[in-house]
Design a binder for this molecule. Structure first.
Ligand SMILES: Cc1cc2nc3c(=O)[nH]c(=O)nc-3n(C[C@H](O)[C@H](O)[C@H](O)COP(=O)(O)OP(=O)(O)OC[C@H]3O[C@@H](n4cnc5c(N)ncnc54)[C@H](O)[C@@H]3O)c2cc1C
Length: 474
């Protein structure tokens, strides 16, 4: 029996990407086997499946997905394809200087590689190489990027160009950004069309996909057994690409704080965007700890997004991450600050999704403790669009037992144990969020937060730009 793929209740990206007449992949039923079973069919799982197929077309790869491929964060993100140079210090802490430079270049090249992949496979993901401005909307934030630039310049790397307020205004039509830096390698794309396109290519290459098939139990043995309501998948190698849902795996839970990001879109407003001079110009981000991002879409919508939303108890727990965003008022006040000309536009849609924030802002890869045939890849911390095609190589090398620069890279490391168990974790995360929101608000008013707020906010896990530099533990 075929189930028509549900569009109702999904965000605009997925409603646009799911074609009428499309049907879900079959449910996993009965006792099946595969060479490699990937649990989680988002960008991380799909790129890994494609990498495995590219290396060995005969490898029998199966994806087991609880919802539909792209139904998680991958189909509802802001579609910002960002290099990871802003996290260079954290990359260097884990990978050493040479490793960090190599990975930094690989992440920066990702946008171009995604564009080429999409062209080669007929995916119209509305890729637009528009660049990224990381800017400041208040005096306190001007120069937030200086430390990062100095680190990079000291080793001869110049991925960003400084831009003045008037230059930003000429590019985006808002005078609210006082200064910033510009990364020309960044891009925007349509997340729904990308992830659904990857699904189509994976199926064409022989990846077996099972949707509406939630893993209820993982038997840590060889072969590993993934149990769902109606069946089992046995495989000598299993890869978990579960994003925020990694909290359902006890070994991984202490590594990530699950916190929502919220996005919205207006109706198409081409005349207004043209009048503003923001029809097709850089995506924008501010320098708050809970970053606000702005971009436009190929169908001329304005799309603002904010971070630092709902916190999950013990991970996700409930369905609070589904449906329309409960933070539309917060998004609107961020729009008033960054792009006041759009402040009164109604939102055609809004949504939220869970982010798997690690302490450093960098993802983790490796075998589950005590299970050398079961690998994890998670913790993209809100930066999975550009990173997952690269980190797919790490997961594929681990799964195929290749001893190469990918399997030995510094991002391969044991789960971090930086978060306490519930309910301390939930309470602590709310205190942290409160402090960060307060710090962001005071700084916007050019006021200095008190020492307690500053100390708490300094414990924020890594996001799009900032990261806590921690020593690698091996
Ligand atoms: C609102 C929002 C905006 C964002 N904006 C950006 C952006 O502009 N740029 C950027 O780079 N990143 C952004 N991100 C982050 C980005 O979307 C993620 O980093 C990326 O999608 C991670 O891919 P993934 O495959 O790890 O996760 P997901 O796409 O979430 O995939 C995990 C999958 O696992 C499935 N799953 C969970 N539990 C089970 C189970 N038990 N059994 C089987 N399957 C299971 C889920 O259904 C899901 O499909 C944003 C995220 C959100 C929510």
């Amino acid at each position: 029996m075929t189930t028509p793929t549900r569009r109702d209740g999904r965000c605009l990206w997925l409603r646009q990407a799911i074609q009428p007449g499309e049907v879900d992949a079959p449910v996993l039923a009965g006792n099946l086997t595969a060479d490699i079973c990937i649990v989680g069919g988002g960008l991380a799982g799909l790129w890994t499946a494609l990498d495995l197929k590219e290396r060995d077309p005969s490898c029998d790869v199966a994806i087991v997905e609880a919802d539909i491929c792209g139904g998680g964060a991958s189909g509802r993100n802001s579609g910002m394809v960002l290099s990871q140079w802003a996290k260079f210090a954290a990359l260097r802490a884990f990978c050493g200087e040479a490793g960090a430079i190599a990975l930094g270049h690989a992440f920066a090249a990702s946008a171009g590689n995604i564009e080429r992949f999409c062209k080669a496979h007929g995916i119209d993901a509305e890729f637009r190489p528009d660049g990224w401005i990381w800017g400041a909307t208040c005096e306190k934030h001007v120069g937030s990027w200086n430390g990062i630039l100095q680190n990079l310049e000291a080793i001869g790397l110049h991925p960003f160009k400084r831009v003045t307020g008037p230059e930003i205004s000429a590019l985006c039509g808002t005078d609210r950004f006082l200064a910033g830096i510009h990364d020309p390698t960044a891009a925007t794309l349509h997340p729904g069309k990308l992830v659904r396109g990857l699904r189509r290519v994976a199926l064409a290459k022989g990846v077996r996909i099972f949707e509406n098939s939630r893993m209820l139990k993982l038997e840590r043995q060889n072969p590993a057994i993934v149990r769902t309501a109606k069946g089992t998948m046995r495989s000598p190698v299993c890869i978990l690409t579960l994003n925020a849902w990694s909290t359902s795996v006890p070994e991984l839970r202490p590594s990530i704080l699950v916190i929502a990001s919220d996005d919205s879109v207006t109706e198409p407003v081409p005349e207004l965007l043209e009048k503003m001079g923001y029809l097709r110009r850089p995506l924008m981000g501010d320098s708050q700890t809970f970053v606000t991002g702005f971009r436009t879409t190929a169908d001329h919508r304005f799309q603002p997004g904010i971070t630092g939303g709902i916190i999950g108890f013990g991970g996700l727990g409930t369905n609070r991450f589904e449906g329309r965003s409960i933070r539309e008022a917060d998004i609107r006040s961020c729009v008033s600050r960054g792009f006041p000309a759009f402040a009164d536009l109604p939102f055609a849609d809004s949504w939220c999704g869970p982010i798997d924030r690690t302490r450093s802002g960098l993802p983790l890869f490796g075998p589950l403790p005590g299970s050398p045939n079961i690998f994890y890849g998670f913790g993209f911390s809100g930066n999975g669009v550009a990173t997952t095609p690269v980190t797919a190589r790490i997961l594929a090398s681990l799964a195929l037992d290749k001893k190469d620069e990918w399997s030995s890279c510094g991002l391969v490391r044991p789960p971090e144990r930086w978060l306490p168990p519930e309910p301390i974790r939930y309470i602590g995360a709310h205190m942290l969020r409160h402090a960060i929101r307060r710090k962001d608000r005071l700084e916007q008013e050019n006021r200095v937060p008190g020492p307690l707020v500053r100390a708490l906010a300094a414990m924020a896990p890594g996001g799009i730009t900032t990261s806590t530099i921690i020593s690698p533990r091996r």
